[in-house]
Design a protein around this ligand. Structure first.
Ligand code: BG6
Length: 223
């Protein structure tokens, strides 16, 4: 079964926008902390989809003084979930941002591996998130024997997650050019064994001119 993990303080697929972090504003930006409105909903051949919308307001402008629109479509299918994020510059000046979908998967951490990242340039945020260590991933499958907090630049269009519970999950994307793996290990002693974050990310800055949009798609599928 495809399970996006929920626990009391975090879970699901939080948005990191307009900053992945660390950076000048709050960690991961403001988009995950605010209410989005429902812009559209539909059912196609029995499969539901909803489109959520976020626009700038006084709260967002207190941190990031730009006019923008974010549209986020989530479609559910029998063995997959798809998302499309579209960011549009509604301002009269350019802006830049970076972003991630901070997806939490239910897992048994001792059995988890993520395949597809071999050869990627890494920015290891352990031990200092503000001064990540550059490196290169040499492993076919990344495992989680301890604390992991690592950015992968130039990630492929598909990763395969073995969740340690008997499921293999393909995480495919377009335009999410990077990935982040995170498990807090003993820093979150009560729950770290039960989830892993495999995040589609755009760490390298996107710059949008007025009226320009950036679109990125993600598909999470049992294989
Ligand atoms: O606790 P938060 O803000 O949800 O972030 C959780 C983790 O999210 C990851 O994406 C970051 O790389 C980590 O550095 C961070 O600790």
């Amino acid at each position: 079964m495809l399970t996006i993990y929920l626990f009391e303080s975090s879970g699901g697929i939080p948005h990191c926008f307009p900053q992945f972090g660390p950076g000048p504003m709050q960690q991961h930006g403001f988009a995950r902390n605010v209410n989005w409105s429902i812009a559209d909903s539909e059912v196609t051949e029995g499969d539901p989809a909803v489109t959520l919308e976020l626009k700038d307001d006084s709260y967002s402008r207190s941190m990031w003084d730009f006019s923008f629109q974010a549209l986020y479509k989530v479609s559910l299918h029998s063995t997959s979930l798809s998302t499309t994020l579209k960011i549009t510059n509604m301002d009269d000046k350019p802006f830049s941002f970076n972003s991630a979908l901070h997806t939490y998967f239910r897992a048994s951490i001792a059995g988890v591996s993520v395949k597809g990242l071999k050869g990627c340039k890494t920015l290891n945020k352990d031990p200092d998130p503000k001064n990540p260590l550059e490196g290169k991933e040499e492993r076919e499958g990344v495992t989680f024997p301890g604390f992991v907090d690592c950015i992968y630049l130039g990630a492929p269009s598909q990763l395969i997650l073995d969740n340690g519970l008997g499921d293999k999950i393909a995480i495919s994307n377009s335009s999410w050019s990077d990935a982040v793996l995170w498990n807090p290990h003993q820093q979150m002693e009560a729950c770290y064994k039960d989830f892993v974050c495999v995040e589609n990310a755009k760490i390298e800055t996107v710059q949008l001119e007025p009226k320009q949009s950036w679109v990125a798609e993600q598909k999470i599928e049992l294989v």
